[in-house]
Design a protein around this ligand. Structure first.
Ligand code: NAD
Ligand code: UDP
Ligand code: UDP
Length: 343
């Protein structure tokens, strides 16, 4: 599709001049790519509740209509089945670009597709942002730090990434997406924001996506052993999804490009996580050790001082508070016997 001759529609925030975004709030037109996925669907809920018009663009690779079905029939909600690797013409004020599988099992399923999504998909959404003057937010990842040699990780750290490994389609893909974002910002004046998201969990995660929190929770509920990869001493920091969504929205509305780490600094080994899952669901759940995957980062913990200082953001929900909220959703989806207040 040639986009060169299309009419340019002035974004609302430009039409209104320099009015701060928080004040001219009502009625923004917002695209959320990947909006039928886990994080995207929670973001869509908040944007719709705030009064914005939301267009979800999703190819349903890992997303599900069920995640956004409750908005069907709302005139401020639209859902487009579209692959971001193909060009897309829309008139909007803001673009939250989330489209990309996030679980290692999903992104390794078709690595070439993953890198195309990250590179060509991001290029297309930046081209769209440039054409209509929209503000663009990229959801990058803590994986850009690779197997980090700095701990905790600050945004100034350049990372330790294997460019030819099995995770490269994702981590190098996201690094290139960050590069494209900064080049459109510097070269074409596009207003951009970059978030580096650390491991996030919550309701609506795919049941069998292979990520550690969803695996352990589903396993404990099904009375299967919890599969700990390697010696279980590797660490991750787990963030509840509502904290992430709050951070993404503050970043989009704020004045700072970033990158910003968005994560919960509470660090757990996989064995400690297994213990929290046992305490929350089933103290008798067994642990089964499995060989670890290739290039698995040994530790990961965000330094969030930048987001605290510049966005006034920090997570509020710790793992022991957030896990039960996810468990009730998983219980309902696995057994269909949701009990109010049950964990
Ligand atoms: P998810 O897999 O649940 O959601 C991704 C969504 O993107 C899905 O709805 C999927 O169908 C859609 N999608 C994938 N490829 C697409 C394509 N080519 N065209 C259109 N749609 C496509 O994952 P999530 O956990 O919600 O992650 C959302 C974003 O946040 C991703 O960009 C991910 O890299 C980033 N992120 C997530 C985490 C996390 O822990 N959840 C951590 C770091 C970064
Ligand atoms: N693009 C898009 N929607 C738009 C504008 C552009 O999908 O509304 C795509 C376009 O097809 C191109 C990419 O974004 O593949 C980059 O666009 P840009 O105009 O920056 O570069 P060019 O078209 O000059 O290569
Ligand atoms: N992991 C595990 N058991 C599982 C799934 C994952 O012990 O059933 C480990 C995995 O080896 C990694 C950590 O949990 O060290 C986090 O993996 P996940 O896939 O959730 O996220 P990422 O590696 O992208 O941080």
């Amino acid at each position: 599709i040639s986009t060169k001759s299309l009419p340019y529609r002035m974004p609302i925030h430009t039409q209104l001049g320099k009015v701060p975004l928080g004040i001219q709030r009502k009625g923004l037109r917002i695209v959320v790519t990947g909006g039928a996925g886990f994080v995207g669907s929670h973001l869509v809920d908040r944007l719709i509740a705030r009064g914005d018009s939301v267009i979800v663009v999703d190819n349903f690779f890992t997303g599900r209509k069920e995640n956004v079905m409750h908005h069907f029939g709302n005139p401020r909600f639209e859902l487009i089945r579209h692959d971001v690797v193909e060009p897309l013409l829309l008139e909007v004020d803001q673009i939250y670009h989330l489209a990309c599988p996030a679980s290692p099992v999903h992104y390794k399923f078709n690595p070439v597709k993953t890198i195309k999504t990250n590179v060509v998909g991001t290029l297309n959404m930046l081209g769209l942002a440039k054409r209509v003057g929209a503000r663009f937010l990229l959801t990058s990842t803590s994986e850009v730090y690779g197997d980090p040699l700095q701990h905790p990780q600050k945004e100034t750290y350049w990372g330790n990434v294997n460019p030819i490994g099995v995770r490269s389609c994702y981590d190098e893909g996201k690094r290139t997406a960050e590069t494209l974002t900064m080049d459109y910002h510097r070269g074409a004046g596009v207003e951009v924001r970059i978030a580096r998201i650390f491991n996030t969990y919550g309701p609506r995660m795919c049941l069998d996506d292979g990520r550690v929190v969803s695996n352990f929770v589903a396993q404990a509920l099904r009375k299967e052993p919890l599969t700990v990869y390697g010696d279980g001493k590797q660490t991750r920091s787990f963030q509840y999804v509502s904290d992430l969504v709050e951070g993404l929205m503050r970043l989009m509305e704020g004045e700072h490009v970033g990158p910003f780490n968005l994560g919960n600094p509470g660090e757990f080994t996989m064995l400690e996580l297994a213990k929290v899952v046992q305490d929350t669901i089933d103290p008798d759940a067994k642990i089964e050790y499995r060989p670890n995957t290739e290039d698995d980062p040994h530790k990961r913990k965000p330094d969030i001082s930048r987001a605290k200082d510049l966005l006034g953001w920090e997570p509020k929900v710790d793992l022991r508070k957030g896990l039960p909220l996810m468990v009730s959703d998983f219980r309902q989806r696995i057994f269909g016997d949701h009990k109010e207040g049950a964990t």
